[in-house]
Design a protein around this ligand. Structure first.
Ligand code: SF4
Length: 368
């Protein structure tokens, strides 16, 4: 043993600059005086297999029931494979595992959409308001983020704290999506366990996104001005006054619709223009702009578009009909797509002069 190692072993002090071939890793830095809010549980930010035993216990008690919507598998170029009568696919998978696989795939779609939206929202909000927007929902809300606390073991104080939460969800989504690949998981029980993990992440991502928007837009909370005294919202296509210009927003991501509400308010247009929405964006818009109306849910989107009540349609993300552009063109309502996840083949005019864009739309030179 070298003299230095001998010295260290004996507990002697060594000058750090004398050390060679030593890696020093500094983990999370805990600020002095940081609030001790609860002892850390055993599994903060669980991975795929962390809660597997518990999942299996649940799945053995409440067994999955499958009613296949399709007997074929077309998920890789070995196939397509006919799995009827519990035949194996070319990769060896059987119908039960294939059904668990499809369940996991469906959960992946939902979880990715909500997490993708939450991350996008966080980026936008940090750009607009900075990362230090406080998460404070007033004295009546003791536990501001139940799932974040439970799953991640953190008590978020600002919206910037959600960066690590989304990083965790995103990594887990990639690992779970990997399990769907041909030649990976082969047990229906494990697919179901993974689907439960994905469902947990989905709920966490939705909580995160809502907390961020509540904090940034001052949506109703128990703070003064919030609580049960918020105004009632007009709901239904019949509440829209078609004598006024009508803007219809569609989707899940509130910032574009909130910006429209702010613009109408600042320019004294809130009594002259109708702002209505379809799906989640409409509900969230009413939490920011009290004159917004909920025109319909997704299921009646076609009816609203065909009715031709919209003078302008603004889409963001999720729950937008794939043929929205065609539907808007039929009633000559210029459409604006504001989100890169649903661009509908349109030209990207993000950096163009707004007056030029408006002129093109008003003159009908471009439909959207
Ligand atoms: S994943 Fe398996 S069952 Fe599906 S198409 Fe490929 S080989 Fe066939």
């Amino acid at each position: 043993m070298s003299a230095k190692k001998e010295e260290i072993k004996k507990g002697g002090l060594v000058d750090i600059f004398d050390l060679k071939n030593v890696d020093i890793h500094i983990g999370e830095i805990v600020e002095e005086g940081e609030e001790e809010w609860e002892p850390m549980g055993p599994h903060p930010m669980p991975r795929i297999a962390t809660l597997r035993d518990w999942d299996f216990r649940l799945l053995n008690r409440y067994k999955p029931f499958y009613a296949p919507i399709c007997d074929m598998c077309c998920l890789c170029t070995y196939g397509k494979c006919d799995l009827t009568g519990n035949k194996k696919g070319a990769c060896g998978i059987r119908m039960d595992a294939q059904q668990g696989r499809i369940v996991l795939l469906a959960c992946l779609v939902g979880c990715s959409a909500h997490c993708g939206h939450g991350r996008h929202l966080l980026h936008d909000m940090m750009k607009k308001f900075g990362q230090n927007v406080p998460i404070d929902f007033g004295p009546e809300v003791d536990i501001e983020a139940p799932l974040t606390r439970l799953v991640c073991g953190i008590k978020p104080k600002t919206i910037g704290d959600y960066d690590q939460v989304f990083s965790y969800i995103e990594e887990q989504i990639v690992q779970l999506a990997d399990a769907l690949h041909t030649g990976q998981e082969g047990s229906y029980m494990d697919f179901e366990s993974k689907a439960l993990h994905m469902g947990m992440l989905d709920s966490l991502g939705k909580e995160a996104a809502d907390i961020i928007q509540i904090a940034c837009y001052g949506m109703p909370t128990s703070l003064p001005g919030g609580g049960p005294d918020v105004p009632l919202v007009d709901v239904g296509i019949g509440t829209i006054d078609t004598n006024k210009p009508v803007i219809i927003v569609i989707g899940h991501n509130v910032p574009p619709a909130a910006d429209i509400g702010v613009y109408l308010t600042e320019n004294w247009l809130d009594d002259k223009v109708e702002l209505g929405g379809i799906c989640c964006t409409s509900i969230d818009t009413t939490r920011v702009y009290t004159k917004a109306k909920v025109v319909s849910a997704l299921g009646r989107q076609l009816r609203v578009l065909r009715a031709g009540i919209a003078d302008v349609v603004v889409t963001d993300e999720q729950c937008i009909r794939a043929d929205v552009l065609e539907r808007c063109q039929r009633v000559q309502a210029p459409m604006t797509a504001t989100n890169d996840k649903a661009m509908h083949g349109l030209v990207d005019r993000t950096d163009d002069d707004p007056d030029k864009i408006v002129d093109d739309l008003v003159s009908g030179r471009v439909p959207a």
